[in-house]
Design a protein around this ligand. Structure first.
Ligand code: ATP
Ligand code: MG
Length: 137
């Protein structure tokens, strides 16, 4: 069954949005198969966002992801990669539809509270980066 990597970023954790985010995936019908709280190093955050390494915001982005606890999760279910991105909403919360996580709960692109894998390859890579096989059920 399809799996995706979802993370509540440090701003989402600090704002107390962990349970809100988990319940949106859970109520939809997806299954949580891995979860842990980690403070990633800046180097690790850079690995996670390696595809964006040439962007002007890469350094700030890596610094931000490593600035506090992150809730790293793997969710499983039919279409979870694509539909998970729909639940999350557009990257820029100003463009996210109401009803989406970012649309309802975030305001600016640099503090958009949640990450979700953008395709099957990145989902596999990100799950392998953040989790050991024995940490998943
Ligand atoms: P994520 O990968 O975090 O799920 P995304 O796939 O919607 O987000 P990406 O293009 O992968 O968007 O960008 C990764 C993250 O980089 C965004 O979530 C956002 O926090 C940050 N970001 C993207 N564009 C900008 C920007 N123009 N200015 C500042 N930060 C940005
Ligand atoms: Mg992305």
């Amino acid at each position: 069954l399809e799996r995706t990597f979802i993370a509540v970023k440090p701003d989402g954790v600090q704002r107390g949005l962990i349970s809100e985010i988990i319940s949106r995936f859970e109520r939809k019908g997806y299954k949580l198969v891995g979860i842990k709280v980690v403070v990633p190093s800046k180097e690790f955050a850079g690995k996670h966002y390696h595809a964006l390494k040439d962007k002007p915001f890469f350094n700030g982005l890596s610094e931000f992801l490593s600035s506090g606890p992150v809730v790293a999760m793997v969710w499983e279910g039919e279409g979870v990669i694509t539909y998970g991105r729909k639940l999350i909403g557009a990257t820029d919360p100003q463009k996210s539809e109401p009803g989406t996580i970012r649309g309802d709960l975030a305001v600016v692109v640099g503090r958009n509270i949640i990450h979700g894998s953008d395709g099957p390859e990145t989902a596999k890579d990100e799950i392998n980066l953040w989790f050991k096989p024995e940490e998943l059920v």
